[in-house]
Structures are given as C-alpha cells and as structure tokens.
Design a protein around this ligand. Structure first.
Ligand code: ADP
Ligand code: MG
Length: 270
C-alpha cells in the first residue's frame, strides 16, 4: 500500500531575539490510508511544531513532507486540523459554525450540504443545529468542531491534544465518540497527546518522540487483539496495560539516563 503521508528527514529550528531553538531533528515516518497514528512525547518537545509542518503552516529547514506524493504546500486544503480549543464562533449557530470551513473555501455545494446534514444527524447534533456554542456541553462542542473539519472531507486529519480542555469523565466519552466517528468515516488521522492511555486506547500505531530537539525514539504498532475495538473498550483489553507500560518506559528512558534512578510505572505491580 502506498503511504498517504511521507515525512522525510525533516529538521526545524526557531530563531528569535533570545537565540535559536532546535525543535525537530531528522524526523522521518509514513502514515498509510485509514491509519490512526498517535504521537506522544514530553511537553515542549516539538509535537505541535510537527503538526504545523504537516499542514503546511511552517516550512522545514531541511527535508520534505509529501501528501499523496505531492508537497503539502500544494495540498493544504487536503489536511484538516483540530485543536485543543474548539474555536467555535459564539455569534454563529452550530449549523453555521459547521459550514464555516466550507464557506471560507468556497465549497458550499448541494452535495456538501447533504454530507453536513448527514454528519449532524449521525453524530447527534441535528437537534442542536440552531443552538449557539455556549448552549452545548464541552463534548458536544468538540463533536461540532470535528464535524466542521470532516465537512471539508480532508484526506488527513490532525488532532492536537483535542481533549485536554475537558474534564476526565467527559474526555473519555468524547475520545470514544471521536474515535468511533473517525473509524466510521474511514479517516486517516494523527493525534498528538501527552496522555499515554489516550494514545493506546485510540491508535493503531504510536510514535514516541524524544525530548527537544525531537527525534523519533520508537515506532510501536498497537495490536490489542480486540476486533471492532473502540477507544473505551480498548481500555479493558488484556494487552492495554502491556502497551501502556512499554510506552511509559520509553518516555522515561531519557530521565533515567540523566538521574540514574529507575522510573516506576503507575501501572506496574507494587
Ligand atoms: P509541544 O507541542 O511538544 O509541547 P511545541 O512544538 O509547541 O512543543 O514547541 C517546541 C519547542 O519550540 C518549545 O521549546 C517551544 O518553546 C518552541 N517554540 C514553539 N513555537 C515557537 C516559536 N514560534 N518561536 C520560538 N520558539 C518556539
Ligand atoms: Mg503542543
């Protein structure tokens, strides 16, 4: 199978008055159609920078990023981006918020409107389409933001810590909702998170990044041996704990090297 996304040996530094920040160094990986890849790494290691490069907002100093064999700079409308805050506009109804991306890209066609109505209905927002964002729960708002992104039918969806503004209970539920929606709509997605259990519950594969400048430390395919898995059911899979510990250890490797002390996983036996 041909990869949808090819990230080829990219490096990037930020330059400011206070000096140079080397954010990413020689990062290479591929994402295949239909895959859900999670990227985990320490805070400030360069995860958001990587997504900004993939959607064409930033240019790498070195290397190239291809979407369907073409540079992402010629393909920016094929990438959807969902952020931590839902960025819904309070003065617009949910329906008009969901149409916003299509309006900006001059893509409001009868076919697209039919697809938007299908998404609103299928994912429980039909009754709320005339409401305003403040009248919706955090989870529903996040679902509306996802529908706004899906309406553009992006080939690749980037999710940057999309659940971190939600409380724990809501977060589990919304991650489950969004994971199911993305599977049902057969979307290819990259999720950035610092929450290891969220990554294991949602992803087909996890990339672990090192501390800044980020490099790829490990590429771990996740096989929970659970047919038809959903993010919530994945958490009960017998192999969930195994993957959690594996990734936890990878993330703590650098700290162990520095301090010489052994990190203990919160899921390891006492
Ligand atoms: P993460 O998302 O993993 O927390 P970021 O990609 O946001 O990390 O940032 C990586 C590093 O680059 C951090 O040290 C951050 O301070 C720095 N950085 C991010 N954006 C800029 C910028 N526009 N100018 C200078 N430094 C930046
Ligand atoms: Mg970030």
């Amino acid at each position: 199978m041909n990869p949808l996304l090819e990230v080829k040996d990219i490096s990037l530094s930020y330059h400011s008055l206070s000096g140079e920040t080397n954010a990413l160094s020689h990062i290479s990986f591929c994402v295949f159609p239909g895959e859900f890849v999670a990227i985990v790494g320490p805070s400030g290691c360069g995860k958001s920078t990587l997504l900004n490069l993939i959607c064409g907002l930033l240019r790498p100093d070195k290397g190239e990023i291809l979407l369907n064999h073409t540079s992402v700079f010629h393909n920016t409308t094929r990438v959807g981006y969902m952020l931590q805050r839902d960025q819904l506009l309070e003065w617009r109804s949910i329906y008009r918020n969901v149409l916003l991306g299509l309006e900006i890209q001059h893509q409001v066609t009868p076919e697209k409107l039919t697809y938007v109505r299908h998404l609103l209905k299928a994912y429980g927002l039909e009754r709320f389409q005339d409401s305003h964002p403040s009248q919706l729960s955090g989870g529903m708002r996040q679902r509306a933001a996802l529908i706004r992104t899906l309406a553009l039918e992006p080939e690749l969806l980037l999710l940057d810590e999309p659940f971190s503004a939600l409380d724990y209970q809501t977060r589990l539920k919304v991650a489950d909702d969004i994971g199911k929606i993305l599977k049902k709509e057969s979307r290819t997605a990259i999720l950035v998170t610092h929450d290891v259990s969220e990554a294991v519950s949602m992803a087909d594969r996890i990339l672990v990044l090192t501390k800044r400048p980020a490099t790829i430390q490990k590429n771990i395919p996740i096989d929970l041996e659970l047919p038809g898995r959903t993010p919530l059911s994945s958490r009960d899979a017998p192999k969930f704990k195994y993957y959690f510990n594996l990734i936890w250890k990878e993330l703590n490797k650098n700290d162990t090297d520095i301090s010489g002390t052994k990190e203990i996983s919160p899921l390891s036996a006492p």
